[in-house]
Design a protein around this ligand. Sequence first.
Ligand code: GLO
Ligand code: MG
Length: 345
Amino acid sequence: MDKYGYRFSFGPWNIHEGADPFGPPVRPARSFDEKLASYKTLGFDAVQFHDDDAVPGLDALSPAQIRSEARAMRQKLENQGLVAEFVAPRLWEHPITVDGAFTSNDPQARAYAIERTKRTADIAEELGTDLMVVWLAREGSYLRESKNVLDATHQLLEAINAILEYHPRLRIAIEPKPNEPMDLAYIPTMGHALALGFQTSQPDRVGVLMESAHSILAGLDPSDEIGFALAFRKLWGVHLNDQNGLKFDEDRSFASVDLRRAFNQVRVLDENRYWEIGLVGLDVKAMRTQPFELATKHLRNSLHIFLQLVEVSRTLDRLKVQQLIAERDYEELDWLILNHLMGKG
Ligand code: GLO
Ligand code: MG
């Protein structure tokens, strides 16, 4: 924990080999244990998991075996002084989910997705976290006419209800994203995710996770997406990162593209005492050009910029801001913010 009370997390996929759709890995893989060993050194306290990060090959294991492997993983975490922040079902890689998981046109795929997510809930319980993050990767379409959006919406609701019923204490945070890997996703924004959650059988147990790049790809401002969820006490996680325009999901280091946009995310989080609500999660990738031994600097950069922006937010002259708002002198307010961001007053 830092001096402000924030705790930080990332997922092991944030240390990766640099493959992209046009080229192979450019860095050797680090083993899971090596990755785990770097958390504390980099200033992180918690690990975000996909179900198969915690229990590799879980589709071939029995529920009892899955639980026992998850318990072993928890021990590993404890040995490093780490905790699990959340577990997410990885529903987008199995051959059966090629056309979607909960919203596939194939009933067998839908059944698989729900069963797999129940195993994810088991893993979360064994790892000692009550939070599941659901990124609806393939719940959308490549071709609009190939699926029925009303059916898909009800299928998503039924799936979430089934998980809520299966596990009585689990909280589910939906992570919206407008596209990629699908052309168009069914739950593209915070508004969609919240609406879905409020419509479930147990709305108190469904919230959201906001990822900066996903909001930007939806043409929205991440700090407003954060604020909208906070207004309903539904922001249970964040994936801070950055994104340069409307292109593939870049997962750039936090604040590396637009410092002011990052400042506003930190400001809204900090003004609303987010450190008491959740962890500061990152979802960032090192650039493909980064050599192996230097490929964790994106994590260091993101964490430290976050902390520096907390300081920038707390030292903002709030009285002056209020005065300028009252005078409706927004040009002067703009000037004040820009200068403050540049370290000049
Ligand atoms: C991809 C998502 C992905 C999720 C992760 C946890 O665009 O951001 O990284 O956050 O799989 O569910
Ligand atoms: Mg994410």
